[in-house]
Ligand binder design. Structure first.
Ligand code: SF4
Length: 348
């Protein structure tokens, strides 16, 4: 039944069909009841997919519900201000997703009269919609026969067919796209895709795959060879760049100095206390008082050390510095470390 290539198993038609059937049967019996899967509205599918990228379902679900209630249509989202969108996004991280979501909503509303393009190829042309999201919307909303590839699907395919190629390399992406397309059930693309993602997230888990109860254990290469821990293969991670952020907490007449970040770096468009970046933990100014222990904050390629210092005067005010009351600061979109500091120490 199996035809082998140099580095992994290429599924025959019989094996491809068997995999899809078994995964869909497993899904029918074991799927979680997730509200965002009960719709064919492309706007809501898009919203859920963008919110749940790089986010656990448990953490993302309340955000999906909040966005859905506040902006029930793509036009409502497009008509909001960027501050409103980012304020609602606050705490989810990867803020470029929130900004792109807003921008794309405006394009769909203006250039497409509020109607989502209904094919994978046309969806891919929209800013902020990559191949994963385009495939998800095209299959879940319109039933197009395209395979979705997310981290869960990569893992299932790598283990099932014994793919050793780095999943982040160009060659790896081609191999995985081919395998995903081969096992796709074209008549039931939406269910197949939901099933593959759920299978990876709930059964073929990163650290403890439940191989004993897996309906594919007999055809799975990783299970036969005991290679579950090695697959999928990823090249070594890049060393994180360390940065030292020093925030100056300055109060004048009951108002706090606050800046809006520009669009050239992390947290673009969010608000924060005036910031000095240095190369160490040391106080950035001669007379300032540390307000809390430095906190570590991890981003994809950076490790930030966040400090908050009380100072009497601002050494220099940038053109974007404004003065805000605690109530106003509460309503502004802020990076997570600022929100946490405000809640715990300033009681803002
Ligand atoms: S047998 Fe184990 S490793 Fe293979 S697909 Fe099933 S859960 Fe994943």
């Amino acid at each position: 039944m199996l035809a082998t290539s140099v580095s992994h198993v290429e599924p025959s038609i019989e094996l491809a069909n068997l995999v899809s059937e078994k995964v869909r049967a497993w899904y029918s019996a074991n799927q979680r009841n997730l509200s965002f899967r009960h719709t064919k509205d492309p706007y809501l599918i898009w919203l859920s997919e963008i919110i749940l990228q790089q986010t656990q379902v448990k953490q993302g679900l309340p955000y999906y519900e909040k966005f859905k209630d506040t902006f029930p249509t793509v036009e409502a989202l497009a008509g909001a201000s960027q501050d409103e969108v980012l304020r609602l996004w606050q705490g989810l991280g990867y803020y470029s997703r929130g900004r792109n979501l807003h921008h794309t909503a405006q394009i769909i509303t203006e250039a497409h009269k509020g109607i989502f393009p209904n094919s994978y190829t046309e969806l891919l042309k929209l800013k902020g919609i990559g191949s994963y999201t385009a495939a998800a919307i095209a299959s879940f909303a319109f039933g197009e026969a395209v395979a979705v590839l997310d981290g869960n699907v990569f893992r299932v395919l790598a283990r099932l067919f014994g793919v050793d190629t780095d999943i982040t390399s160009g060659a790896g992406k081609r191999i995985f796209s081919d395998l995903a397309a081969k096992i796709l059930c074209p008549e039931q693309s939406a269910m197949h895709n939901y099933a593959m993602m759920e299978f990876g997230s709930q059964l073929c888990k990163p650290h403890h795959p439940d191989c004993v109860n897996c309906p594919l254990q007999e055809v799975c290469v990783a299970n036969q060879k005991g290679r579950q821990r090695e697959l999928p293969f990823k090249a070594k991670k890049i060393k994180l760049k360390e940065k030292f952020f020093h925030y100056l907490v300055v109060q004048k007449d009951g108002l706090y100095a606050f800046n809006k970040r520009d669009d050239s770096n992390i947290w673009a468009g969010l608000y924060e206390f005036p910031l000095i970046e240095t190369l160490s933990h040391h106080a950035p100014l001669p007379s300032c008082e540390l307000l809390a222990e430095p906190k570590k904050h991890l981003l994809i390629h950076q490790k930030l050390w966040i400090h908050f210092w009380q100072v009497a005067e601002l050494p220099s005010a940038s053109s974007s510095t404004g003065w805000f009351s605690a109530q106003q600061i509460e309503t502004l979109p802020k990076p997570k470390p600022i929100t946490e500091f405000c809640a715990k120490l300033c009681k803002i």
